[in-house]
Design a protein around this ligand. Structure first.
Ligand code: CTP
Length: 399
C-alpha cells in the first residue's frame, strides 16, 4: 500500500516527537516517499537533520525560509497522504479552525489527500472539552484520528494520551491508502447486530432495554459506504443504507439463530446489539390479566451469542464485542476482551450525559489485543462508527 506513495509526515512539538523518528524509518522501509514537515516546537525535541537523513529528503520547517515560493501548496498537492504524529493540542486546534500559522497546518489545509492524525498529550489536556471538540470536528470532516493509547506518559503519569506505537501508525496509513477510491472494506463481509432484544412475558409484554439500534445501524451504513458487503441483524425499525442486507429479529434466540446463519461467512463481526442476559422461563400463551393476580416471573439466561461465534471462529475473522458499562468503561472492557477472546471491545459509559442508549451521540473507548486504545470524546454515532471501523482496519493490518 505504501510503496511509492508520497507521504507528508508532520511532526508537532510534544515529547512523543522522538517516536516520529521511528515512524519515518518504518514508512521509508515500507517504500513510501516521505516528506517530513516539523513545527518550530517539534525542533525543540528532535532535529530536522534526523528526519532528512532517514527520509533522504530535506525536512521542511518553515513557510518562509525554503527555496520553494509556496511549499505548503506543493506539499499538499503532491501528497497521497498526510500523517501527523504526534499531533499536539495546539496542532489539532489550529487544524480544526483552519488557522494556517505554520507550514504543517498550511499543508494540512492545502491538501485534498486523506489525513491521519495521532494525538499525544497529557491526560488532562486530552480530556479537555476544547480538545475533544476539536477532535470531534476533525473526525466529522473525515480526518482519521488514530489513538491516543493509554499507558505511561512523560513525567511518570499514566493514562490516556500516549502516542500509539509507530508500527500501528504506519499500519493505519497503509489501510487508509488501501481504502482510497475503492473503499477500505471492499471485498470484506461485515456482520453487524443492532438494537435491544425483547424477551416476551406474554403475547403483548416483554422485558427489554433502552437500546435504540442507532449505533449499530451507523456501523452498518459506514461499513457499506466503505465497500463492505454488510448484513445487519437488528431489532430496530430504522432506515439503513441501500445495499445493506437486513434481517429483522426480536428475541435473543432469534438473533442467535440469524447470527450463526451468517457469521461463518463474515470477515468482521460487530456485535453492537444489547442482547438481554435473561428472559422469562415461561411465556404465557395468552395475555396475563390483572384479575388473575401477580404473575410469578422466573428468569433464565439467554444464549451468549458472542460466545457461540467465538467458539466457531475461523482464522482471519475479526470479532468485535460491545460493552455498556456504568462508570469508567476501561476495566470492564479489558476484562471482556480477555474473557470473551475478542479482537476488539468497544465500551461506553452509559451513565455519562449524551452517551449510549437512545442518544444521537456516543463516547467510546476501544481496546484491542494489538494494543490500540482509543479514548474518544462525545461525537455523533456515524463519526463513532468511522472511528470503530478505523480501529478494526488498523487491527486487521497489524495482526
Ligand atoms: N452479547 C451476546 N449475547 C448475550 C449477551 C451479550 O452476544 N446473551 C454480546 C453483546 O452483543 C455485546 C457483548 O456481548 O457485544 C456484551 O457482553 P456482556 O458480557 O453481555 O455485556 P454486559 O451484559 O454489558 O455485561 P455485564 O452483564 O457484565 O454487565
Amino acid at each position: 500500500m505504501l510503496e511509492g506513495r508520497r507521504v507528508v509526515l508532520g511532526v508537532s512539538g510534544g515529547i512523543a516527537a522522538y517516536k516520529a523518528i521511528e515512524v519515518c524509518r518504518l514508512l521509508v522501509d515500507a517504500g513510501a516517499v516521505v516528506r517530513p514537515v516539523l513545527t518550530e516546537a517539534a525542533l525543540r525535541f528532535v532535529t530536522a537533520t534526523t528526519f532528512s537523513a532517514l527520509a533522504s529528503e530535506a525536512a521542511r520547517t518553515s513557510l518562509w525560509d525554503g527555496p520553494e515560493p509556496s511549499p505548503h501548496t506543493t506539499l499538499g498537492r503532491e501528497a497521497d497522504l498526510v500523517v501527523v504524529a504526534p499531533a499536539t493540542a495546539r496542532l489539532l486546534a489550529a487544524y480544526a479552525v483552519g488557522l494556517s500559522d505554520d507550514l504543517l497546518v498550511a499543508t494540512l489545509l492545502a491538501t485534498r489527500a486523506p489525513v491521519v492524525v495521532c494525538p499525544a498529550m497529557h491526560t488532562e489536556m486530552w480530556e479537555q472539552p476544547a480538545v475533544q471538540a476539536n477532535v470531534a470536528t476533525l473526525r466529522q470532516r473525515g480526518v482519521h484520528v488514530v489513538g491516543p493509547a493509554a499507558g505511561p506518559l512523560a513525567g511518570g503519569d499514566v493514562g490516556p494520551g500516549r502516542l500509539v506505537e509507530p508500527a500501528e501508525i504506519v499500519a493505519a496509513c497503509a489501510s487508509v491508502l488501501g481504502g482510497a477510491g475503492t473503499g477500505a472494506l471492499a471485498g470484506l463481509r461485515v456482520l453487524v447486530t443492532a438494537g435491544g432484544t425483547r424477551e416476551p412475558l406474554d403475547p403483548v409484554r416483554f422485558l427489554g432495554n433502552r437500546s435504540s439500534g442507532k449505533q449499530g445501524h451507523a456501523l452498518a451504513d459506514e461499513a457499506a459506504a466503505r465497500g463492505a458487503r454488510v448484513t445487519l441483524i437488528t431489532t430496530a425499525e430504522r432506515p439503513v443504507a441501500p445495499g445493506v442486507e437486513v434481517v429483522n429479529v426480536d428475541t435473543a434466540a432469534e438473533m442467535e439463530q440469524a447470527v450463526l446463519a451468517h457469521s461463518d461467512a463474515a470477515d468482521v463481526v460487530l456485535m453492537a446489539a444489547a442482547v438481554a442476559d435473561f428472559r422469562p422461563r415461561v411465556v404465557a400463551p395468552s395475555k396475563l390479566r390483572r384479575a388473575e393476580g401477580l404473575p410469578e416471573v422466573v428468569l433464565e439466561p439467554t444464549p451468549d451469542i458472542l460466545a457461540a461465534v467465538t467458539a466457531r471462529r475461523r482464522p482471519g475473522q475479526t470479532l468485535v464485542g460491545f460493552a455498556a458499562e456504568w462508570g469508567d468503561p476501561r476495566p470492564g472492557a479489558a476484562e471482556k476482551l480477555r474473557a470473551k477472546g475478542l479482537d476488539l471491545v468497544v465500551a461506553n459509559d452509559v451513565s455519562a450525559p449524551g452517551a449510549g442508549f437512545e442518544h444521537d451521540t456516543n463516547a467510546v473507548t476501544v481496546l484491542s489485543t494489538s494494543g490500540i486504545d482509543l479514548n474518544g470524546g462525545l461525537d455523533d454515532k456515524r463519526a463513532i462508527a468511522r472511528a470503530v471501523l478505523d480501529a478494526v482496519l488498523v487491527h486487521r493490518s497489524s495482526s
